[in-house]
Design a protein around this ligand. Structure first.
Ligand SMILES: [Zn+2]
Ligand SMILES: [Zn+2]
Length: 165
């Protein structure tokens, strides 16, 4: 699977590569770890000019369906404030009921695809001059992992990376 390959290859280069960091772009940036918790860089400080990650909104599962009857579309249980178990916090139910075991539900309020179940995503990176140069330097590695890159090369536009799954 190409995302895993890319992640492994970039870790070797000292990059932090994350999937489904919490919520939106600003929450995700503020929840980046200070140091690598595992892998070949364990214990080393994360260099924020060498980070590549997406967030929950990027890999969220969209369901076109009907309003959930159990929570009336609110997505949470009004008594306990917990995510509604019928719709998994989506507020809607589809004909194919969602099986939480098949999705990444690590972030509260979101049901997200695992990288093995989608064919790509937009990613965040450091848009400074240094960050852009760092990213340009690893594009060949990303492509060698079997991923396809779609990016203008500007610091203020996000990079789209696709793979086959
Ligand atoms: Zn947010
Ligand atoms: Zn519900």
């Amino acid at each position: 699977m190409s995302f895993a390959k890319m992640q492994e290859a970039l870790l070797e280069e000292g990059w932090f590569v994350g999937w489904n960091l919490p919520c939106c772009q600003s929450c995700a940036w503020s929840s980046l770890p200070y140091e690598f918790e595992s892998g070949p860089n364990k214990g080393k400080e994360v260099d924020y000019s060498k980070v590549l990650f997406n967030h929950s909104q990027d890999c969220e599962v969209y369901i076109e369906g009907e309003e959930c009857p159990d929570c009336e579309g609110e997505g949470y249980d009004m008594d306990t404030d917990e995510d509604c178990m019928t719709c998994l916090g989506m507020g809607e139910v589809s004909e194919d009921a969602l099986d939480p075991a098949e999705y990444d539900t690590s972030v509260d309020g979101f049901v997200c695809y695992n990288p093995t179940d989608c064919d790509g995503s937009y990613f965040c990176f450091d848009g400074s001059k240094e960050g852009v140069e760092n990213l340009k330097a690893i594009l060949p590695i990303i492509e060698a992992s079997g991923c396809e890159v779609n990016w203008s090369g500007d610091g203020d536009s996000r990079i789209e990376i696709n793979w086959e799954y």
